[in-house]
Write a new protein. Structure first.
Length: 465
């Protein structure tokens, strides 16, 4: 079983520094389950590949007292990617996995063109599961099915695939995805799963797991369905991606700042009016929070399909109970993230993104743009965000303070318009701006709104990905 990682970032041999393994030297390490070799089948300036080869000792596995006698003699463990590979990554590529590189620290975070190939990976869940796990993380996936036996095609398919993943990504992130997701695909572990597995899951999933659309499945399988561990992990992950709702202090700050003219209500009503004006019938509200906009839309007969999406389960729960109280059963709620491509989003007339982008990291905006404007491509997108210039008019805000503790940025009018213009140009939309709330001659209105319309009207679907 091998894992090959190829870099084409020039000079490609820098991969050796990142992995702390010299391209000219083959190395071998003894681990509890067998021998692990690292070598470079190619190492030129343009392309460099490091291969991690696991030579698992099948006799050693039996001595370890593994499972039934059947398992002892017939098993796939030496030949497929499994939790043994995760252990090998953690041991042999430990510096790269934790993002340490003395010579080139800047390379660790940098997204570079990388390709990872796993010779054989079992997927208990087939091709679809591989896609559901890796596509949301931005990978281009290539899969080759491995037949059960080439000489006996009638025996049918096997659960094994050769998998290649490609992406411009930091090496540390690539390794952390593999470390967690290989055992998830395999759904077996060669060791007892205890509390320390929780720590490993949080450590290696820190940056991406809480917003991954399949985080529940990943957590359950990674922790081998240990109910107690899974429950602890899921509540921790939910806290992670839901820092704001539990944060009363922050909520109060925003409400207090904006209260005098009930800005939130004005903003939402203006969104509804715009949607009606533009003739939208089906609406996807991204980052719907507790569903206030959904309830306003649900009161209007002209909207035939209304769906709210949020990354926070707690928000969705609140939205669900409020919608139920108002008997708005027609409104659907989906768990999802604006940072992950989602096929379900295609086909709506309009998307609304109300006070959401400022909760994303600036570096995440390009992924968001690609997903919303490139992939989902709704005819209409209505997006609002605070106008930071107006903050000086809020008495309760200290100078330089944002309106909410979870805001990662707040933009001036010029900044918002420059961003919206370049997005519109790149994805062939027209964009108009609107002010929300009272307009101050000097600093503008408290909220700014951009209304995007697809240039050639009726196209739905993926034509820019
Ligand atoms: N649109 C709502 C809520 C705004 S608060 C309103 O105007 O009332 C911001 C919302 O964005 C929160 O509910 C938060 O959970 C959600 N959010 C933050 N990051 C997100 C992401 N990556 N994907 C989807 N929703 C996200």
């Amino acid at each position: 079983m091998y894992l090959s990682i190829t870099s084409t970032h020039q000079p490609a041999t820098d991969l050796g520094f990142l992995l702390h393994k010299h391209p000219a030297r083959a190395q071998s390490f003894s681990l509890s389950f067998g021998q692990v070799h690292v070598f470079y089948p190619e190492a030129s300036e343009g392309r460099c590949t490091a291969t991690l080869l696991l030579d698992i000792d099948p006799i050693g596995l039996i001595r370890g007292g593994q499972k039934s006698s059947h398992f002892k003699y017939v098993n796939d463990r030496p030949y497929v990617a499994s939790s043994f590979l995760s252990v090998a990554i953690a041991q042999v590529y430990s510096s790269a996995l934790s993002g340490r590189c003395k010579q080139y620290p800047e390379l660790v975070e940098k997204r570079i063109p990388l390709e990872a190939t796993l010779a054989a990976i079992p997927s208990r869940g087939g091709k679809q599961l591989i896609k559901r796990l890796f596509e949301p993380l931005g990978y281009e996936i290539q899969l080759i099915e491995i037949p059960l036996d080439e000489q006996f095609p009638e025996w049918g398919r096997s659960p094994y695939y050769q998998l290649t993943l490609r992406q411009e990504i930091g090496l540390k992130d690539l390794l952390s995805h593999l470390y967690v997701l290989i055992p998830v695909l395999d759904n077996q572990k060669h060791y007892f799963v205890g509390e320390d597995e929780l720590g490993k899951l949080f450590k290696h999933g820190e940056k991406w797991l809480s917003t991954h659309p399949e985080y529940e499945l990943i957590t359950k399988r990674y922790l081998k369905y240990s109910n107690k561990l899974v429950a602890t992990a899921i509540s921790h992950l939910e806290e992670l991606h839901n820092p704001m709702l539990d944060d009363e202090e922050s909520e109060e700050l925003e409400e207090k700042a904006e209260k005098p003219f009930r800005l939130h209500d004005i903003r939402l009503q203006q969104v509804v009016d715009q949607l009606k004006l533009l003739g939208a019938k089906s609406v996807l509200d991204l980052g719907c929070g507790d569903g206030k906009l959904l309830r306003l839309l649900g009161n209007e007969k002209c909207f035939t399909r209304i769906v709210g999406v949020d990354v926070s389960y707690t928000s969705l729960q609140i939205a669900k109970s409020r919608l139920e109280r108002q008997k708005m059963n027609q409104v659907e709620l989906w768990h999802g993230s604006v940072l992950y491509r989602d096929k379900r989003w295609i086909g709506f007339d309009a998307a609304t993104v109300v006070e959401v982008i400022e909760h994303l990291e600036i570096e995440q905006l390009s992924a968001f743009e690609q997903i919303l404007f490139g992939h989902a491509r709704h005819n209409i997108v209505i997006l609002t965000t605070p106008n930071v210039e107006y903050n000086v008019r809020f008495e309760s805000l200290a100078s330089g303070q944002f309106r909410h503790k979870d805001h990662r940025f707040e933009w001036t009018r010029a900044e918002f318009q420059a961003w919206a213009k370049q997005v519109a140009n790149r994805f062939e939309y027209e964009v108009k701006w609107a002010s929300v709330g009272p307009i101050d001659e000097e600093v503008g209105s408290p909220t700014q709104m951009a209304i995007f319309q697809l240039r050639n009207g009726e196209v739905h679907g993926d034509n820019n990905s």
